[in-house]
Design a protein around this ligand. Structure first.
Ligand SMILES: NC(=O)c1ccc[n+]([C@@H]2O[C@H](COP(=O)([O-])OP(=O)(O)OC[C@H]3O[C@@H](n4cnc5c(N)ncnc54)[C@H](O)[C@@H]3O)[C@@H](O)[C@H]2O)c1
Length: 667
């Protein structure tokens, strides 16, 4: 007889080896990773993997794991994938002694849900390599630890490996996660390939390895804000985006939000995606309206849509380079352009070369990685050349934080500005998110209704909306636009059917907004109006991430290559009451290119939860504002002064601005 879900969780590592599992077709699998280990290292990888099992199972498992390593490039331990449905259940369905740990189990399962995760069987949530765990035994063991732990213990996670439960106290985080933390000199892309294949580290991306991914909704909102504000930048007479065309690429984990965001922002959009499965996933979810696989047909359809001022999103099933080149040849004017292929991961499936099928590329990636790299680079040059032709005609192009300009420049494409230091085009953070949102403390606050009930989500939407509307009445002019955009977003959230996986919502809010909304949720829980709520955020935020080509690309005092802010943030969150914290190397822009961290916090209606939310959320935002202010960012100087007026215990050093003449006079 099949044991219950709770029993299977409590079993952890099964005592006898379960039946082999066949590879399931129809599920999006991770690309085969390149063979990078020497023979000695392959032996080491096997020894490492077998550490989890009793001796008598070693001879069977050793062969199988070697086969996985040699054919897939990694040891996923597929046989140990659980049989129960992988999905976020209501919190009451989880076994355990502490609600906080149950909330974390719910979030882990959501990150691996087939409807949510990019390569669920390889434990990859998004971004091609964003892992929750390295293998299924780590998953099983972690869930067991969570089910057994008390409020006086902390589970320590080393890149997917649960090191164990350590005594702590009830105000400590229940889980502390580190992912991909390397000695800095060992942070090249091939170091990830090697040490991940050895089983000693993983690429946690941002919200993958920190259990805070909520499907593409998490990103729809940020993308909507970006497209809306990009539209404001190109608006000549205050007109909106109607009749304007946005061209981009990627219908994957995050990029899949683009067509939906373009619809909400009110423009015509074309999103190229080479992977037919990814196209179908987004199409079946209603995130993109139409699919076209022929480039001539695409040109005709876009002409027609432009002529009729249609707000429609079109997926082009094929290579993005074909779209840029065809629109140039056919004189189709692109108003806004960007790209969200996974160029943080260019050699392992993040970016597909032109004139090859997906299958041909995947094969070459594994069997002839040098040639694959050459093809990626020559495509990048073609891609950038075509973008340049369009921008010469007036297109506003921005880098979407996916390392497109960085990799294109490394490939030798003409993307550098005249000074040879900056890129020709701004990143969306430099032009839009940084100065308009992050510097004021606005960032991707989110929550998950742990009851799993859609009506709880509806109630929290209403609560959040009421809080924002009240705040807007007295908000200063500097943040009126952000408040208005967010109120509009939350009002349309239900209608836009954004939920994939858990009952989650995202909303950009500043420190004050986050604290007030969280307090209102906690009160509603106390009053029995809603069940418990998990708070969190994307790492792509005000304070959580140091990333010189993305989140901190609008830091101009030279400190954008430091990572003090992200490290301070995770340390500060952990002793101010977070339920779990995480800090990662790599995420978004690539291994070695970013340090990012995040948190999760369970609201259970208690006075402890109220105390924690106030203390932690205040720090979690104002840390970044103070650093941005110290970097002389105007909006942040305004925001930190305002924060100090509101909270007398906040005392931050504010920069003196030196007149350029004084410096220039010396040279
Ligand atoms: N959405 C955001 O707010 C945001 C913010 C910052 C960075 N990013 C970056 O955007 C990138 C995409 O993220 P994701 O989670 O969607 O990754 P993903 O790997 O899930 O999706 C990328 C998609 O691009 C497709 N693709 C690759 N090369 C292509 C090509 N030449 N033509 C057409 N399609 C191609 C892939 O098949 C894949 O489905 C990442 O680098 C991420 O860091 C996104």
């Amino acid at each position: 007889m099949m044991s219950s879900f709770k029993d299977q969780i409590l079993e952890g590592i099964p005592t006898s080896i379960p039946a082999l599992k066949k590879k399931e077709e129809g599920i999006n699998h991770a690309p085969i990773r390149k063979q990078i280990l020497t023979e000695e290292e392959r032996k080491l990888a096997l020894k490492n993997a077998l550490r989890y099992f009793p001796k008598e199972q070693h001879s069977v498992l050793a062969k199988e794991f070697l086969n996985e390593l040699d054919t897939l490039g990694r040891i996923y331990m597929h046989r140990f994938r659980p049989d129960y449905k992988m999905t976020a259940r209501p919190i009451s369905d989880y076994p355990g002694k502490c609600e906080q740990a149950k909330a974390i189990m719910l979030m882990i399962q959501n990150n691996l849900d087939y409807a949510v995760a990019q390569h669920p069987h390889e434990l990859i949530t998004y971004g091609g390599n964003g892992a929750v765990f390295q293998n299924w035994i780590q998953y099983r063991l972690t869930m067991k630890y969570l089910a057994e732990m008390s409020n006086e213990q902390t589970l320590v996670m080393y890149s997917g490996h649960p090191m164990g439960l350590f005594p702590s106290h009830k105000d400590a985080p229940r889980v502390v996660v580190t992912n991909g933390m390397m000695i800095p000199n060992y942070s090249q892309p091939d170091d990830w390939e090697k040490f991940n294949a050895l089983g000693v580290t993983q690429y946690g991306q941002m919200t993958a390895g920190s259990y805070m991914y909520i499907g593409p909704q998490g990103i729809v909102h940020g993308t909507t804000i970006t497209v809306l504000n990009a539209g404001r930048k190109i608006s000549k007479n205050g007109e909106g985006l109607e009749g304007k065309l946005f061209v981009t690429a990627g219908l994957g984990g995050m990029s899949g939000a683009q067509p939906k965001a373009a619809n909400i922002a009110g423009c015509l959009s074309v999103t190229a995606e080479i992977n037919a499965k990814a196209v179908q996933t987004r199409y079946s979810q209603g995130w993109v309206d139409e699919v076209i696989a022929d480039v001539d047909e695409l040109c005709a359809r876009v002409r027609q849509a432009k002529a009729n001022n249609e707000i429609v999103s079109i997926a082009y099933q094929g290579n993005i380079v074909d779209v840029w080149e065809a629109f140039d040849k056919n004189d189709i004017y692109i108003d806004l352009g960007s790209d969200q292929t996974s160029l943080h991961n260019p050699w392992a499936g993040g970016y597909y070369p032109a004139d090859m099928t997906l299958e041909e590329s995947n094969e070459m990636m594994a069997n002839d990685p040098d040639e694959f790299k050459k093809r990626v680079q020559s495509t990048l040059v073609r891609h950038a050349n075509s973008v340049n032709k369009h921008t010469a005609k007036g297109t506003y192009f921005f880098d979407y934080g996916n390392a497109f300009l960085l990799e294109a420049s490394r490939a030798g494409a003409d993307v550098m500005a005249e000074n040879g230091i900056d890129f020709k085009y701004p990143s969306y953070v430099q032009d839009i998110m940084g100065p308009m949102c992050f510097d004021y403390g606005f960032g991707p606050f989110r929550w998950v209704c742990a009851s799993g009930m859609a009506e709880d989500l509806q109630k929290t939407d209403d609560i959040a909306c009421a809080v924002l509307e009240k705040m807007k009445e007295t908000s200063p002019d500097e943040i009126q636009q952000q408040m208005a955009d967010n109120i509009q977003w939350i009002k349309g959230a239900q209608e836009n059917k954004l939920v994939v996986g858990s009952q989650a919502r995202i909303l950009y809010a500043d420190a004050e907004g986050r604290m007030k909304i969280a307090k209102a949720f906690n009160d509603a829980i106390t009053d029995g109006k809603i069940g418990p709520v998990v708070l969190g955020r994307d790492h792509h935020d005000v304070s959580g991430t140091d990333s010189p080509y993305r989140e901190t690309s609008n830091i101009y005092d030279g400190s954008k290559f430091t990572a003090d802010m992200a490290i301070q943030n995770v340390i500060g969150d952990s002793f101010r009451g977070a339920t779990w914290v995480s800090i990662h190397n790599g995420g978004g822009v690539g291994w070695g290119e970013v340090i990012n961290g995040g948190f999760g916090m369970l609201l259970d209606g208690s006075s402890d939860a109220e105390r924690r939310l106030k203390s932690m959320l205040h720090w979690d935002v104002n840390n970044g504002i103070s650093r941005r202010s110290w970097a002389r960012n105007e909006g942040a100087i305004y925001a930190i002064n305002r924060a100090m007026e509101i909270e007398p215990n906040l005392k931050v050093t504010v920069p003196a601005i030196v007149e350029d003449d004084i410096i220039d006079g010396l040279f």
